[in-house]
Each structure stands twice: as structure tokens, then as C-alpha cells.
Write a protein that binds this ligand. Structure first.
Ligand SMILES: [Zn+2]
Length: 299
């Protein structure tokens, strides 16, 4: 027997002898980083997840890097926020020549806030035409999001349904305990009046009891204007508003100017995982914001 033949048989036998051939991981793409974290919580070791948007980028307008075109062609699952937030990704997904990709809209079944009472058009610059899409900032909206992700993964990989379900249950029970802690920590500040830059904080404020008195943007997606800012400064003085919640991906110049006229504190709070160091998971993200708010507001 020649050496090459022996090598061939050894390789064949080694292949047969292995009871657990390495299984390829499910490739998942998400539009923004909080979804990346939630898919990792449900998928565990069975998935690899990449987010198109970074934690430092405005989630309404993400510039898609070329490396994602190949990744999307290769992906089995795409998870989006929906409600028009990440419409910038849809043409990429639909033109990726990937018929097999399963698309999950994470917003199915969530509690929606900020549905416009009059007709709004994206042409008017309003980036929230279907209601406020920043729903992940209410931890009580996470269970339906996780269920949507779970059903997407099970559709692609039914053999591991039990593992995905177990992961989802473990994560949700951990989140429930943390949400109770956050509620207790923020309780002393219930009713605190705040100004925000964008409408990112409506769900968070609703859950934890902050009163949003106004936004620096005249409309979601429309940059602050001089007259609107002057009106806000008057309003803040009259209504005793001393705190500004500002997203990390917008310029702070208007917030800083308002703070200089009113004495308000400006808190830079991420709403995206990786928006600040130490916020790579969803729980770490919300925890970061809660701790920063507590530290700033306690006397
Ligand atoms: Zn928005």
C-alpha cells in the first residue's frame, strides 16, 4: 500500500469516527447593535451575529460598509427594528440575491407609543411615520422581540429548538430581575422633568416615570432651529426642567448651549450597544444608562 493510500484511509476513518461533526453556525445580520445582542442571547454558541449599524452611528441613517454586501448574501437570518427606523437596510437585503434569508421584524407584538395623530410623511423630514420605533429602550418590550427572534431561529434550525427556547427563557428571567432592580433604583427620581434631543427616550421615560417636556428637534429627524431652541429655553425656565437626555450620536452643541442658559445637566446616554464602553450587551446598555442617571440626579 502506498503512503498516499494509507493517508487517505486514515482521513476517511477519522471522519467516520467523529460522532459530532462540526456544525456550521447560523449566520445572522441585524440592523442595529441591541438586536445583535438579543440574537446572541437566544442563539448562544449556535449563531454568529453581525450588526450593520455601529453603536456610534445614527440608527436612522446608517452608511453600509461594502463588507456587508457579501455577509448579507451569505446570511440565513436578518433581524430588523421595523417601523421605518432601518428602511435604509431593506434594499440591500432584497437585492442581495439571497432567496433563503429569513427576515424577522422584531417589532411584531410590541407596545407602540407615539403613533402620529395626523398624517406624516418622510418627505416632511419626519423619521417616525409609523410611531416611535425606539421601543427596545423599554425592557418590557424585549419579551416579544425575543419571541420573534426565537421563531426566526427555529424556522432555520428546528433541530435546536429546545436549546433556543432554554436560552430565551434564561435571558428573559435575568432581564426581569434586572428590570425590577432598575425600577427600584430610579423610583426616587420618578416625575423628573427632562428635555431630550430626539424622541429616543419616550419608551424609557414611560417605563421608568420621567416626564418629557420637549425635544430639541422640532420634529423627529429635523435638526434644532434657533426659534425652537429659544422657546425651549423659556419653557425650561418656567417649568423647572433641569436635565437633558442626549443621544451619543448627535452633536451636543444645542444641548450645551441650552445648558449654559438654563443651568441644566446634559447626560450623554447611549441607546445602542457599543455606544459607550461597557455596553456591548442589552442588559449592560440599559444598566449603563440607569447608573448614569442615578449618579447625576442623586443629591
Ligand atoms: Zn428616531
Amino acid at each position: 500500500m502506498k503512503n498516499s493510500t494509507v493517508t487517505f484511509f486514515v482521513l476517511v476513518l477519522a471522519g467516520i469516527a467523529s460522532p459530532f461533526p462540526a456544525q456550521a453556525k447560523i449566520k445572522v445580520i441585524t440592523s442595529i447593535t441591541p438586536l445583535r445582542s438579543l440574537v446572541e442571547s437566544v442563539g448562544g454558541d449556535l449563531v454568529t451575529v453581525r450588526s450593520i449599524g455601529r453603536g456610534s452611528e445614527d440608527p436612522h441613517f446608517v452608511e453600509v460598509r461594502p463588507s456587508f454586501i457579501m455577509a448579507i448574501t451569505d446570511a440565513q437570518l436578518y433581524v430588523e427594528v421595523g417601523m421605518s427606523l432601518d428602511i435604509w437596510a431593506r434594499p440591500l437585503i432584497e437585492n442581495a440575491r439571497n432567496d433563503k434569508i429569513v427576515i424577522v421584524d422584531a417589532s411584531k407584538g410590541i407596545h407602540i407609543l407615539g403613533v402620529p395623530t395626523q398624517r406624516v410623511s418622510p418627505l416632511m423630514g419626519d423619521v417616525h411615520p409609523q410611531g416611535n420605533p425606539h421601543y427596545w429602550m423599554d425592557p418590557d418590550n424585549v419579551p416579544p422581540m425575543v419571541r420573534n427572534i426565537l421563531s426566526g431561529l427555529v424556522k432555520i434550525d428546528p433541530a435546536h429548538e429546545a436549546t433556543y427556547k432554554k436560552n430565551a427563557e434564561q435571558f428573559l428571567s435575568q432581564l426581569k430581575a434586572k428590570t425590577q432592580e432598575w425600577t427600584d433604583e430610579l423610583k426616587p427620581f420618578k416625575g423628573t422633568k427632562i428635555l431630550t434631543y430626539h424622541e429616543s427616550w419616550e419608551y424609557f421615560a414611560d417605563r421608568f416615570g420621567f416626564d418629557i417636556e420637549g425635544e430639541e428637534e422640532p420634529k423627529p429627524g429635523i435638526p434644532p432651529s434657533g426659534s425652537h431652541t429659544q422657546d425651549l429655553i423659556q419653557m425650561m425656565k418656567q417649568n423647572n426642567v433641569h436635565v437633558i437626555f442626549q443621544e451619543n450620536y448627535y452633536s451636543t452643541s444645542t444641548s450645551d448651549m441650552i445648558a449654559s442658559k438654563t443651568g441644566a445637566k446634559v447626560l450623554i446616554l447611549p441607546e445602542l450597544c457599543d455606544g459607550e464602553p461597557g455596553t456591548s450587551s442589552y442588559i449592560d446598555l440599559v444598566n449603563y444608562d440607569v447608573q448614569k442617571i442615578v449618579a447625576a440626579l442623586k443629591r
